[in-house]
Design a protein around this ligand. Sequence first.
Ligand code: NAP
Length: 281
Amino acid sequence: METEKIGFIGLGNMGHPMAKNLEKAGFPLSVYNRSSEKAENFKEKSTVYTQIPELIQNNDIIFTMLTDDHAVKAVYKEILKSDISGKLFIDMSTISPQVTSELSGAVKIKEASFIDAPVAGSTIPAAEGTLIIMAGGETKDLQRAMPYFEKLGKAVKHLGENGKGIAGKLSINYFLSAIYQGLAETVLFADKLGIGRSAMLEIINESASGNGATKVKTAMLIKDQYEPAFALDLMLKDILLAQNAGADFPLSKVLSETYQSAHDEGFGKDDVIGIINYLKK
Ligand code: NAP
C-alpha cells in the first residue's frame, strides 16, 4: 500500500509543512494549491498540478487541508467531476459536521472512501510531524491511511464513523478558544498591575495553568507581534461551528461575541492570540 500515489490539495500554513513531510518521507506526491506560488518549492521533487481533476485522475489517496466549508465544497465540486472509484479521500480541514456528512456521502456513492481527519496542533507540530489526528471513518480506510498519518502526526485517535473526527476537533478547539482569550486577558491584567510580560508568562508556563498553547504563544506576546500561525478568523469559524453543533454554554456566548467583535474591528487576519490587541482597546 505504501506505493500508492498521494495527492495533497491546500498548501496553506498547515498544508504546506504537512505535504513537505510526506515528500520528505519519499512518498510519490502530487500537490495543488489555488494560488500557484505556494506550490513552487514542490516542483523539484513532486508533481505540481494546476487543475484539480488532473491531480485526482493521477492519484490514489487525496488529502485536503483547506480553510472552511466554502473552500472544501469548492474543491470537492472539482474532485467529484472525475471517476473516483477505489480512491481514498482524507479531509484534514476543520469544517462543519454537515458538510463532512455531505462529502462523505457524495464520495461513497461514487465507490470511493472518506475519512475526516482534522488535527490538533499548529504550524510547528505540522512541520515537526507531531500533530494529533482525530479520525472518523472505517477501520480499513484508516489502516490504508496509516503510513501517511505516521509521518504527519504523533497520535491518531480513531473516534468512530465519519463525522466523529470533526466532533473531536470542534470540542478541542472550543477549549483552545477559551484558553487564548483567558491568556490574553490575564496578560493584559498583569500589564495593568505593572508585571512585565516575560515575567508573567514565565510564571504561567511554569505553573499549573501553563500548557502547550500558552507556551506556543509566549514569544508572540512578548514581542507583541501577531504574524498568523493560526488566524483569529479561523478560531472564530471554529467557535461558530461549535455553537452550531450544540456548544451552548455561558462561555460559548462570550467567546463567540469577543472573537466576532475582534474580527469586525479588523483583527481577523492576525494570529488568534492577537485578540489581545482587540481586548486592549
Ligand atoms: P490557510 O493558511 O489560510 O490555508 C488555507 C488553504 O485553503 C490555502 O491553501 C488556500 O488557498 C485554500 N483555499 C481557501 N479557499 C479556497 C477555495 N475556495 N478553493 C481552493 N482552495 C482554497 O489556513 P491553515 O492555517 O492552513 O488552516 C487550514 C485548515 O486547518 C483550517 O480549517 C484550520 O481551521 C485548520 N487548522 C489550522 C491550524 C493552524 O494552526 N493554522 C491548526 C489546526 C487546524 P490559497 O493559498 O489560494 O488561498
